[in-house]
Design a protein around this ligand. Structure first.
Ligand code: PXG
Length: 293
């Protein structure tokens, strides 16, 4: 994006060069804040209400009182997209705890700050959708929901970043993260699905994954496409021996993976049901959403 990029910051649209927050903001000092990553297709924001609902749930869970209504946040998002004349892209909505002292106490912080960035998106290369990704299992575990709920999309992503470093060092783009019991939770920024004997399975969110918006889209699409889908706790064995496997996320959309820890999944090629869901997802993403024109 060029220097003319416009950022929404605490109620104003400002130039990228003017979009600054304090070094005393607890979002920066402690990762005390929340965010959403949202996509837009063909001039419409995809599942915007669902993202804003999740953002407000994150705020409630961390006792952050927001000075905006959901309608105002939706309007701010649309205004940011318009200010950047975007039709397709990625929207990052961030809310920080606000400025405070050099201590953890969030009650001493002033009002939360919100900024919204609307940008072009860097996608996985199309060949990854055609040939499928290779994954590893990361040694870094997802923390138990008893210490921090994975539903809170917080500004502290170090756990996922540690796992992402492992992926990059291994020469792959994503990796499976297990919970403390060794059950499959999710990937560093995506949810996990497998297909076995015609049924799609994904781990229950209680096993340590984010309740992904795209994950929910897969449940909707399976229903409309007549595909059986179930939640099931799984170990790596279930993935190694699956017929097909794919990931979902706002950035990745629906993308097949064909290898985990050097085991080929199925015949090592993206499966028919995965491809059917990719096609159905793309059709849906380009046909619904909150208009920004
Ligand atoms: N798990 C985690 C830990 C995530 O961060 C997902 C699953 C998928 O959820 P959605 O709601 O997007 O279907 C996420 C979302 C990025 C990026 O910049 C990451 C996400 C979303 C948007 C951008 O890598 N992660």
């Amino acid at each position: 994006m060029s220097d003319t990029q416009k950022i929404w910051l605490d109620g104003e649209i400002v130039d990228k060069s003017e979009a600054k927050i304090s070094v005393f903001d607890h979002g920066l000092l402690y990762g005390d804040g929340i965010f959403e990553g949202i996509r837009m297709y063909s001039g419409r924001v995809f599942r915007l209400t669902e993202h804003i609902d999740r953002l407000f749930d994150s705020a409630k869970a961390i006792l952050m009182k927001l000075p905006w209504t959901k309608e105002e946040v939706i309007q701010a998002t649309v205004d940011t997209v318009k200010a950047n004349s975007l039709t397709d892209g990625y929207i990052r909505l961030v809310i920080t705890r606000g400025t405070g002292g050099l201590g953890l106490n969030p009650y001493l912080c002033e009002t939360p700050s919100m900024f919204i960035i609307a940008a072009n998106i860097q996608l996985y290369p199309e060949e990854n959708y055609e040939n499928g990704l290779e994954l590893i299992t990361c040694a870094t575990r997802r923390p138990t929901p008893a210490s921090l709920s994975p539903q809170v999309k917080s500004l502290n992503y170090l756990n996922n970043i540690m796992a992402k470093i492992e992926c990059i060092q291994a020469g792959v783009m994503e990796g499976i993260m297990l919970n403390e019991q060794g059950l499959v939770a999710e990937c560093t920024g995506d949810n996990v699905f497998i297909l076995k004997r015609g049924v799609v399975y994904t781990p229950p969110i209680a096993d340590g994954s984010l309740d992904g918006i795209t994950r929910q889209v897969i449940f909707d699409l399976c229903e409309s496409e007549g595909i059986v889908i179930k939640e099931k706790s799984m170990t790596r064995y279930d993935i190694y021996t699956a017929d097909e496997a794919f990931l979902t996320g706002t950035a990745a959309e629906v993308i097949p993976f064909v290898k985990l820890d050097q085991r080929e999944i199925g015949d090592g090629k993206p499966g028919a049901i995965s491809q059917q869901l990719i096609t159905a997802f793309r059709k849906l993403a380009n046909s619904e959403g909150t208009p920004c024109v």
